[in-house]
Design a protein around this ligand. Structure first.
Ligand code: SAH
Ligand code: SF4
Length: 360
């Protein structure tokens, strides 16, 4: 069976090519074709010898994902539905963080800023009560190559220049720490200087809080950023929202976070999904402040995005602002996640759901 060419770090690819008596620089050339020129055909890699191109063609696959649907939001964010080689589908989002700014002569003074939101699994085992992805259960892990190729295809589809800096968040479908090995390999591959060159400092893993796996990830010392989906300040509510909280409660998650190595200029992000009349009161804000005491933390408030059949409601923005103001006045960095792509079913899993409905 052919192997996925995106499944290799540069060093691993060098080893592969060494085994067929190719010099080490060939791996760099191949990397440049894949990641800076987004070339998806081995036969068009002009500076590689013809015989090598043929060998590559017979040994590796280069197009493992197909874009089967794309929706653009009013704010310029784009949501992609990908199909895998085994006929499964999952989503990724290209989020526009900043618009292009031009002067009066039309000269660009500031270019767009992009973040890629990647999936790490098809479906998810964690089963959070508010999440669309959870509804379909767990299907399978994505390989590191399938994680990396999301970025390649999205950059290509949007003609984003190779040198353009983008950020990565593992906040699409799936729980990245339940697919840790492949996610770590993807982080390393995305960071290769001869490839996409996305430093781990610009990559953020978001986790629902599997305490022992947070500790394990910390030990790898990758320099990756960490986001914790906290969502609640007392265990009773958190266990309702995230069933796994019964095994790894708030205190055990916070303890694990304290062991995580954080760059001096960086902070750990705590995501807090604000749900109307459930966790949006100032008493919760006060408890949150206390919980995060002594941690270099920032809080990101996410407005619950309702979907069909969900028991929860979107909070009032005025109430969310009060919540944020309280934390800010107490000296905590706090942002409200803008509803990027809200008109295109922003919460991951919703586009896939639509496609499944259409085909069923
Ligand atoms: N499994 C990881 C990362 C992906 S979850 C985690 O839970 O952290 C994707 C993100 O979407 C999480 O931040 C989650 O809080 C958010 N999300 C899920 N359902 C949502 C909804 N209905 N409205 C708003 N955000 C939602
Ligand atoms: Fe999985 Fe994250 Fe959704 Fe929870 S919120 S079910 S952990 S993808």
């Amino acid at each position: 069976m052919k192997k996925n060419i995106y499944d290799y770090t540069l060093q691993a690819l060098q080893k592969e090519l060494e085994a067929i008596h190719q010099p080490a620089f060939r791996a760099k050339q191949l990397y440049q074709w894949l990641y800076t020129r987004y070339q998806d055909s081995f036969s068009d890699m002009a500076n590689l010898p013809k015989s090598l191109r043929e060998t590559l063609q017979n040994t590796y696959t280069i197009k493992n994902l197909e874009i089967i649907r794309m929706e653009t939001s009013k704010d310029g964010s784009k949501k992609y539905l990908f199909k895998t080689n085994d006929g499964l589908s999952f989503e990724s989002v290209l989020i526009k963080m900043r618009d292009k700014k031009c002067d009066t002569n039309g000269q660009i003074i500031e270019s767009e800023k992009w973040t890629c939101c990647l999936s790490s699994q098809i479906g998810c085992k964690v089963g959070c009560a508010f999440c669309y992805t959870a509804k379909g259960g767990f299907v399978r892990n994505l390989s590191s190559g399938e994680i990396v190729e999301q970025v390649v295809q999205i950059k290509k589809d949007n003609a984003i220049a190779p040198e353009k800096r983008i950020n990565i968040v593992y906040m699409g479908m799936g729980e990245p720490l339940n697919n840790m090995q492949n996610v770590i390999q993807a982080i390393k591959t995305l960071a290769e200087l001869d490839g996409l060159s996305i430093s781990p400092r610009r990559q953020t893993i978001s986790t629902s809080g599997i305490a022992p796996k947070i500790i394990e990830l910390g030990k790898h010392n990758l320099g990756v950023q960490l986001a914790i989906s906290l969502h609640a300040v007392d265990n009773e509510l958190r266990s309702k929202l995230i069933p796994m909280n019964k095994a790894y409660n708030i205190q055990s998650v916070i303890k694990a976070v304290r062991s995580f190595p954080v760059d001096e200029r960086k902070k750990i992000m705590f995501e807090y999904l604000v749900i109307k009349d459930t966790n949006d009161d100032l008493a919760s804000a006060k408890k949150l402040l206390k919980l995060l005491d002594g941690i270099r933390a920032k809080v990101n408030l996410i407005l619950f995005n309702p979907h069909e059949g969900s028991a929860f409601e979107r909070p009032d923005i005025a109430q969310v602002k009060k919540f944020a103001d309280f934390l800010i006045r107490k000296g905590l960095l706090c942002t409200i996640r803008e509803s990027k792509g809200i008109d295109i079913s922003a919460a991951c899993g919703q586009l896939r759901e639509k496609e499944l409905e259409k085909t069923s």
